[in-house]
Write a protein that binds this ligand. Structure first.
Ligand code: ADP
Length: 161
């Protein structure tokens, strides 16, 4: 059983994330989408909300599940007996940070590999940050996020949060 972990803030999940999840599912027996607590990033959605949004959006995908973690990623990956961590690479600008993170994770646990996946080209410009900005300003995000995320964003901004 080859499990891979796809960690991130997922604040909120986008179609770019879903694209990476589906690619990772083809390579492994099980994908665990791991929602990082990341309170220092001041997320728009709580970790419980982000986890629920992911769970609803992946319901139709076999061998994909979601969990949250607030410890070291390599420790969480070891606990889940994962062979690799999956990260998405959109552009050269992602590379520097991702490269650092991958090498640091290898230092912390040399048994866990990092796999980078490129999304479909139409998703390379997508980020959770931009989606939040568009939604906050009343723009249409239908093309970019699953429907449950679109509704959650609309509710969040309607409340004036
Ligand atoms: P983090 O805060 O850990 O960067 P994110 O939720 O922003 O969490 O991203 C999680 C992972 O998904 C990262 O590897 C990021 O590069 C990748 N990612 C984010 N958006 C996309 C996208 N549109 N296409 C492919 N990968 C993406």
């Amino acid at each position: 059983m080859r499990t891979v972990i796809y960690p991130g803030s997922f604040d909120p999940l986008t179609n770019g994330h879903l694209d990476v999840i589906q690619r990772a599912a083809k390579l492994s027996d099980q994908v665990v989408v791991a929602v990082a607590t990341n309170e220092s990033k001041k997320p728009l959605f709580t970790v419980e909300e982000r986890l629920e949004l992911v769970r609803t959006a992946i319901k139709h995908l076999p061998h994909v599940e979601a969990d949250s973690f607030d410890n070291l990623l390599v420790d969480f990956a070891a606990k889940r007996s994962a062979v690799a961590v999956v990260r998405g690479l959109r552009a050269v600008s992602d590379f520097e940070f991702e490269f650092q993170l991958a090498l640091m994770n290898r230092k912390l646990n040399e048994n866990i590999e990092t796999i980078f996946m490129m999304p479909k080209d139409t998703y390379t410009f997508l980020s959770s940050r931009i989606i939040k900005e568009i939604a906050r300003l009343g723009g249409d995000v239908t093309e970019f996020v699953p429907d449950n995320v679109r509704l959650a964003l609309a509710r969040k901004f309607a409340k004036g949060n």
